[in-house]
Design a protein around this ligand. Structure first.
Ligand SMILES: [Zn+2]
Length: 433
């Protein structure tokens, strides 16, 4: 049994506000190296000086092994499609084979590491980037130079990693494991962790999972962070959930195991050995390796604590009568009593609709969108609940977690407006038992 850690992933600097406000409750912060290169000064100051929290820098090496068009956008006056500056800068710092991928406009593949390619140099560059990136930034700035000496280093560093493609998984897995082994052999003072990134479909591939468990331990890494692309705890079937649990259970006997993009189900796996989960401030409990391009900003829905899932506000409101929720006090007792909810739903139950406030953002807008204030409330309410969930999980035995899932099903059964939103509860129960 492990005390689970919640590590928040900062997706943009706009999210800094949420992280600063909740930092004292969090176990750590993780940022992508591309965000670091887009805004080096602000990121270094936040992680190295302001927060004083364990931090991790995801080296994002996998993007150079994907279709490179995903990291292009219109650049300069001509608006010609070219590599985003942050990824170009990152490739220069990570060196080979990342720079050459961009100069040839040809993605990195396992072949790049064959022959006389210096894999050790590659691992060194990627890990020393993480070790020194913040300090380097302070060194460059005369105003902050004096701080550079006492700067906190990352809590652990990641070996270079790539997306293990399902249709060529042996070659990619061998490469990722090689990179993990070479990195671990460099014997840094900071723990070296691997990121295992592949498709969620691989959770059905027993041979793959058996090999992964066996070979990962041999690399000598002290931890692993899983990222099963598109693995969604809320919609996955019991077999996939169980396969994930079994990975966690088996590997955690030897090394630390994290889920890079997970939610409450993963967090509950602390009872089966999981060390921690990371996710964003209001989303990101699952993630695809294929970026979502051009999608509208999603509405931040209300995290219903009982379901550990986000729902639309009206669907929840429709249950109030039959759940006998008539006053703000009833609401705090039966739905959520976090500081955000107590502050917002204080005089009248109808104030709950402020979590779903919609408005036309400009007079020209064709559709209403969630107001920034409503999105902010939803995010803080979510973060407060995640912190509470983590704290409660530390005390709860697995039997209690299972009993609660049963009780929630019973409490909400017969509620037509949410019946399609609770199917995960029984699957989680089965997979956790
Ligand atoms: Zn709340």
């Amino acid at each position: 049994m492990v005390d689970p850690k919640v590590i928040i992933r900062m997706g943009s600097h706009a999210e800094k506000y949420y992280i600063e406000k909740t930092a004292r409750y969090l176990d750590g912060i993780i940022v992508g190296a591309n965000l670091f290169e887009a805004t080096p000064g602000a990121t270094a100051t936040l992680l190295g000086k302001k927060l004083n929290k364990p931090y991790y820098i995801d080296p994002m090496t996998y993007v150079y092994g994907r279709n490179l068009n995903y990291i292009k956008s219109p650049q300069g006056k001509t608006r010609e499609l070219d590599f985003k500056r942050s990824y170009r800068r990152l490739s220069e710092k990570l060196s080979l084979p990342f720079i050459s991928a961009l100069s040839k406009d040809s993605r990195v593949t396992p072949k790049d590491f064959e022959g006389d390619f210096n894999t050790e140099e590659c691992c060194k560059a990627v890990m020393e980037y993480q070790l020194n990136r913040i300090k380097e930034n302070f060194d460059e700035d005369p105003e902050y130079k004096e701080y550079a000496v006492g700067i906190l280093g990352p809590a652990s560093i990641y070996a270079p990693y790539f997306y293990i493609e399902p249709n060529n998984h042996d070659a990619w897995m061998d490469l990722v494991l090689l990179l993990a082994k070479v990195s671990a052999d460099l014997k840094y003072d900071v723990p070296v962790h691997a990121i295992i990134c592949t498709d969620e479909a691989m959770l059905d591939n027993t041979n793959f999972l058996v090999k992964l468990k066996r070979e990962l331990i041999k690399t000598g890494v002290e931890g692993v962070w899983f990222w099963f692309s598109d693995f969604d705890e809320l919609t996955s079937g019991v077999e996939k959930l169980k396969a994930f649990r079994s990975l966690v259970e088996d590997l955690s006997k030897e090394i630390k195991v994290y889920n890079l993009h997970g939610g409450y189900f993963s967090l509950s796996l602390c009872k089966h050995g999981l060390t921690g989960v990371s996710h964003g401030v209001g989303y990101g409990e699952k993630k695809s390796v294929v970026p979502v391009i051009g999608a509208a900003t999603p509405t931040v829905r209300y995290h219903l604590p009982d379901f550990h899932k986000r729902l639309g506000v009206p669907a929840i409101q429709r249950c109030f009568d039959s759940l006998k929720i008539k006053t703000p006090d009833d609401f705090h007792e039966k739905i959520c009593g976090c500081v955000v909810c107590k502050g917002l739903v204080s005089k009248d139950l109808a104030e709950f609709s402020l979590f779903g406030d919609m408005a036309y953002s400009t007079p020209m807008s064709k559709r209403e969108a969630q107001t920034p204030a409503a999105a902010k409330r939803c995010r803080f309410h979510f973060l407060m609940n995640r912190i509470r969930e983590r704290d409660e999980l530390k005390q709860k035995k697995i039997e209690r977690i299972l009993a609660e899932l049963d009780a929630v099903e019973e409490k909400w059964s017969g509620q037509v407006s949410v019946k399609d939103d609770m199917a995960h509860l029984s699957r989680w129960r089965e997979a956790l038992a």
